[in-house]
Design a protein around this ligand. Structure first.
Ligand code: SF4
Length: 160
């Protein structure tokens, strides 16, 4: 029988735990996501919490190869630690791809904030997504669930 492949997801999309920097709730309710959740496919990760950062925590952005808080504190080491742990779990669970929360300095896959703390988004990716992609994993944002579902269907068809 075909082994059910796992999908790495941002913990704040998975829900059930307060992990976001602002303590907010961004639990995903899209039926595709809920189906995967019910199937037991999802591996939730929060790179920033894995990195040892508290909840809530200061808003941080990628700035010139580092990650800084709005007041200029360098939190790059925590972000790297969290990105490595997310990648370790991706490998350990043999994931097929990841679905990560858009715009985050860890989890953003198409957009991030520009490092000026002026609420300006630019094309870019978070640090954990960079690690995942560098290791060869495909990463989608929560706005691309249909595309991710198509990818999964294609994979499972090829496997049978
Ligand atoms: S690091 Fe990722 S999983 Fe954690 S709160 Fe931020 S966007 Fe969500």
């Amino acid at each position: 029988m075909m082994k059910m492949r796992k999908i790495l997801v941002s913990q704040c999309l998975y829900g059930g735990k307060t992990v976001r920097y602002d303590g907010g709730d961004t639990t995903e309710t899209n039926p595709i996501f809920l189906k995967w959740k019910k199937e037991g496919r999802l591996i939730p990760v929060c790179p920033e919490v894995f990195g040892g950062l508290p909840v809530p925590r200061p808003d941080s952005q990628r700035v010139d190869g580092k990650v800084l808080t709005g007041s200029g504190k360098d939190v790059t080491a925590e972000y790297i630690k969290g990105a490595r742990e997310a990648l370790r779990l991706a490998k350990e669970n043999d994931i097929i791809f990841a679905v990560m929360k858009q715009d985050s300095p860890s989890c953003g896959s198409r957009f991030i904030y520009d490092g000026t703390f002026t609420d300006t988004k630019i094309s870019g990716q978070g640090l954990a997504v960079e690690y995942l992609r560098n290791a060869g994993y495909r990463v989608f944002g929560e706005e691309s669930l249909e595309q991710a579902e198509a990818c999964l269907t294609e994979y499972e068809r090829d496997e049978t």
